[in-house]
Design a protein around this ligand. Structure first.
Ligand code: MN
Length: 444
């Protein structure tokens, strides 16, 4: 696990205007994305956020202001996808983050500042790409509060399946339909079995939902047959992002037994452009959430003292909904939930270990979703199916007074994430946004 060092010092200052006190991207964060200028036929390349600017890592690599391992990592980050940087491992990620930190620090020489200034691109001018070529995407189900809330909708007598407290549950998702934040998608068509009907119908989803999740990208990866022990698991995690696992609940609940989610999930998954490296999250690590009797302690392969003390991450998360009426009125999107990732029952390290314990090989650039993040109290639900109690209790949007049981066409869902703690600089993940477009017409 990463330890605290000078890059976490809340007193560290940058010469870049607006970086100090930036709500997401002060000097202490330096997350990575893939970007290019809007409207330009440029190649995508890696960039690091500082304030409202991006350090163009291709330009920085050509400027040769970094040396050694940091320069090598910067060259890998100049490519259109970051798989090679992810494969290079923790020492390379740390060298790059520390090297760029020094260049952006107010202690950097005037001549250095001038050279780096020439590598800055305003975030307003940027369009983003997927950070990696995602070979495989797996989505977990690791919030006990979400599992209980959804379980009550599907199985009121027995909401939590017995395996939940013993292992991090997941399904293998679809990498091809992962999109970068800001990409709209069509409401999916599919089979549903409405309550009281005598046969299934083919219909645009009438129970379209979002899922508030975080995601993480795999670093070096492991060879097939070589599981990753829990104590080594975080070396496999390049960094974390925001993730929305859009879900068609009517399609999902009809098709899901006995093999798990399929079309109810595979039409679209959105990710934030910015990936926050694990090192930047070091000040915000938290103990693993307590197992309260009768919940069992994890089996030994999912347990380690260091992990137990700091395997969690305290990331504040919100969900907001922007509707056509909200936009027409000029009002701000309505916030519908707020929670923290620290409530998660299973940690990112346990997800890596569980994924590989049978011999499965993870590869650089693979995307892992944490599962919907819901907290213990009302208002902390990470999906609208939970907020609306399975659609029976519509929520009211604060901006317009509109009601929602599920998402309407034109709705945009906005996820936000940030970390704050006394004695540390606040850092953030930016946003993950996506808009629902009308379904395609009936097919012949
Ligand atoms: Mn999910």
């Amino acid at each position: 696990m990463d330890t605290l060092n000078h890059t976490h010092d809340p007193a560290a200052l940058s010469w870049v205007p607006g970086a100090q006190g930036h709500q997401d991207f002060p000097l202490q964060n330096l997350p990575v994305a893939v970007f290019r200028r809007q409207g330009e036929e440029e190649a995508f390349r890696g960039g690091m956020a500082i304030g409202d600017q991006i350090v163009d890592l291709a330009a920085l690599s050509s400027a040769r202001l970094l040396t050694g391992e940091a320069q090598h990592a910067c060259e890998l980050a100049a490519r259109p996808r970051l798989n090679a940087l992810m494969a290079a491992g923790q020492p390379a990620w740390r060298a790059l983050r520390h090297g760029v930190f020094d260049l952006l620090s107010s202690h950097a020489r005037e001549t250095t500042q001038a050279s780096v200034r020439a590598c800055l691109v305003p975030q307003q001018q940027a369009t983003y790409g997927l950070p990696s070529r995602i070979g495989d995407y797996t989505d977990f189900y690791t919030s006990i509060h979400h599992a209980r809330n959804v379980g009550r909708v599907i199985r009121p007598d027995d909401p939590l399946t017995p395996n939940f407290v013993w292992l991090p549950i997941a399904y293998h998702g679809r990498a091809s339909s992962v999109v970068i934040s800001g990409t709209p998608f069509k409401r999916p068509n599919g089979q549903a079995f409405p309550p009281g009907a005598r046969a299934p119908v083919f219909t645009p989803s009438t129970r379209l939902d979002y899922e508030l999740e975080m995601g993480f990208y795999i670093g070096p990866g492991n060879a097939q047959g070589n599981p990753v022990p829990l104590a080594q698991a975080e070396k496999q995690i390049f960094g974390m992002c925001l993730l929305n696992d859009w879900s068609a609940r009517d399609h999902q609940f009809w098709e899901m037994a006995p093999l798990g989610p399929f079309l109810g999930k595979n039409f679209c998954t959105s990710v934030s452009p910015w990936v926050v490296m694990m090192e930047a999250l070091a000040p915000f690590r938290a103990p693993v959430a307590d197992r309260l009797a009768p919940e069992p302690q994890p089996l030994p392969y999912l347990e380690h003292p260091v992990h137990r003390a700091a395997g969690g991450v305290d990331v504040q998360l919100t969900v907001s909904i922007d509707t056509e009426a909200t936009r027409a009125s000029g009002a701000k999107p309505s916030q519908v939930s707020r929670t923290s990732f620290r409530h998660q029952y299973w940690t990112v390290a346990q997800m890596v270990t569980q994924h590989t314990v049978g011999g499965c090989n993870l590869q650089s650039g693979d995307l892992i979703g944490t599962g919907t993040i819901s907290g213990p109290t009302p208002g902390e639900e990470g999906a609208i199916v939970e907020l609306s109690r399975g659609g029976t209790a519509p929520i009211t949007l604060s901006a317009t007074g509109e009601q929602r049981s599920f998402l309407h066409d034109g709705d945009t869902v906005i996820l936000r994430g940030w970390c704050e703690r006394q004695g540390a600089a606040r850092i953030g993940f930016g946003t993950c946004e996506g808009r629902v477009l009308p379904a395609s017409g009936p097919t012949a």
